[in-house]
Design a protein around this ligand. Structure first.
Ligand code: AMP
Length: 217
């Protein structure tokens, strides 16, 4: 299955992608994770991307398109993949169509996880993640059992992303509404868009997504 997870920053795309990976047996391809890895490694691409990311702005299309084009040619993507955070602009969606077209493939489902802006600001400012294993926490709703310590791997010291600061959150939400939201109409016209209410617990949202995909809720 070839699937796109769509939604504003902080809608829970990454959390749902991890669950869907197990259910659908397709890899999660997160451009945000790829860019953060490049930033940590200090590559040229990472340095360029960091300037945009830390300010909450979108990284130029050609950079992320290049990353995805390379990634979907890897053997683990042969039977499908799940895109998390890509495409985010119309040119990215067009580039995705073109690269899939060449291989006689297409996106079959787009799941839009819908969460209002007020909710997003609250979620992102309380988000923390483990730099060692990537586990994600919410200080109020999903706190770690021991303060500042990862439940999954025991690493001490949870990070707040640079772009989860209030100013960057506002810029990211604006980018979502201005540049990413218009993609919904495009996929809706193709009849492959599933709108899912993302305001409840991760378990409930996952059940809704399964229902929408017909994968057994
Ligand atoms: P995310 O983890 O998906 O919220 O992405 C974090 C940041 O990485 C975004 O705010 C952008 O700066 C950058 N980024 C991730 N995916 C894309 C994309 N498809 N297009 C442009 N920038 C992206």
């Amino acid at each position: 299955m070839r699937l796109v997870l769509f939604g504003p920053p902080g809608a829970g795309k990454g959390t749902q992608a991890k669950r869907l990976e197990e259910l659908l047996k397709v890899p999660q391809l997160s451009t945000g994770d790829m860019l953060r890895a490049a930033k940590r490694e200090g590559t040229e691409l990472g340095k360029t991307a960091a300037e945009y990311m830390d300010a909450g702005k979108l990284v130029p299309d050609e950079v992320v398109v290049g990353l995805i084009e390379q990634r979907i040619q890897q053997p683990d993507c042969a039977d499908g993949f799940m895109l998390d955070g890509f495409p985010r602009t119309i040119p990215q969606a067009d580039a995705l169509d073109a690269m899939l077209d060449k291989a006689g493939q297409k996106i079959e489902h787009v799941v839009s996880i819908e969460v209002p802006d007020d909710n997003i600001v609250q979620r992102l400012s309380n988000r923390r993640s483990c730099p060692a294993c990537g586990a994600v926490y919410h200080l109020v709703h999903v706190p770690p059992a021991v303060d500042n310590t990862c439940d999954k791997c025991g690493h001490v010291g949870l990070d707040q992303r640079d772009d989860d600061q209030p100013d960057a959150i506002r810029v990211r939400l604006k980018a979502f509404h201005d540049q990413t939201s218009p993609l919904k109409a495009l996929y809706d016209e193709r009849g492959i868009l599933h709108r899912v209410d993302g305001t409840s617990s991760p378990e409930e949202v996952f059940a809704r997504i399964q229902g929408a995909l017909g994968a057994g809720a």
